[in-house]
Design a protein around this ligand. Structure first.
Ligand code: HEM
Ligand code: HEM
Length: 193
């Protein structure tokens, strides 16, 4: 007898939720640290905070790769009720761009570091290879990408968070609760039959 396909879930699974909020917290920390460290005058503090920024950035890169692998092996939840096809496509496009920048930001930082000729260590523990040889013009491109890319990410993340709040407060369609570990009051367990 043919096995019956199970219906898609109605919420994001706990692992995806953990990845989502850990990545969000890391992006905020990396942005704040990046903006703060570049203007430091103390060389000792600068070297320490640059090293921390790079290690956290590499951690984010690893988390995003794991998150994408996890995402590709699971079924995403059912589309939100009341979302038109165009609206769904726009949301998917926005999420795709976010993933792209979540990869491009740490990679451009890594390339910037390598093309400047600096070594890279993850939390003073693991030596990471250089992505390129020392190259001043490449480092200028990577630096510009890293700086402007950050502001593009800020705009996208702000739009994304506002959209999530709009779904939560105006449309009241449970979108935010699908990405949170607790359910809405009165929400039934998943896929009730
Ligand atoms: C740096 C911050 C953030 C990043 C990089 C980020 C990134 C993402 C990405 C890539 C997805 C798509 C998940 C997928 O389809 O695999 C997503 C989903 C989601 N995010 Fe964020 N996010 C951030 C902050 C926030 C904040 C602050 C909120 C809430 C105010 C939020 C609420 C949501 C919700 C509700 C979903 C699920 C949407 C759905 O079910 O279709 N995110 N986020
Ligand atoms: C999502 C991850 C990351 C974010 C959001 C981020 C963000 C930032 C920001 C906002 C700055 C300050 C830019 C400026 O105003 O000059 C910065 C600088 C920098 N970042 Fe990142 N960064 C990330 C990952 C990385 C990684 C993984 C590395 C290296 C392995 C790295 C290396 C650097 C370096 C070397 C600078 C200093 C550039 C300079 O001296 O002008 N970043 N980053």
């Amino acid at each position: 007898m043919k096995a019956q396909a199970s219906p898609p879930p109605t919420r994001w699974d706990p692992v995806t939720q953990l990845f989502h909020w850990a990545c969000a917290a890391l992006v905020v920390a990396l942005g704040a640290l990046g903006l703060y460290m570049v203007d430091l005058t103390s060389q000792v503090a600068k070297i320490r905070l640059y090293a921390l920024h790079k290690s956290l950035g590499i951690t984010l890169l690893a988390l995003v790769v794991l998150r994408l692998l996890w995402r590709w092996t699971r079924r995403p939840p059912v589309p939100l009720a009341g979302m038109s096809r165009r609206h769904q496509l726009a949301a998917d496009g926005m999420h795709g761009l976010l993933y792209l920048l979540l990869l491009a930001m740490p990679l451009s930082g890594w390339l910037l570091n390598s093309s400047k000729g600096y070594p890279l260590q993850w939390f003073r523990w693991i030596d990471l290879p250089a992505l390129s040889a020392k190259n001043e013009s490449l480092s200028a491109i990577a630096k510009a990408f890293h700086e402007y890319g950050f502001w593009v990410l800020v705009v996208l993340v702000t739009g994304h968070a506002l959209a999530a709040l709009h779904h939560h407060m105006v449309l009241d369609d449970g979108a935010l609760h699908r990405m949170l570990p607790w359910r809405r009051r009165g929400q039934l367990p998943r896929n009730p039959t």
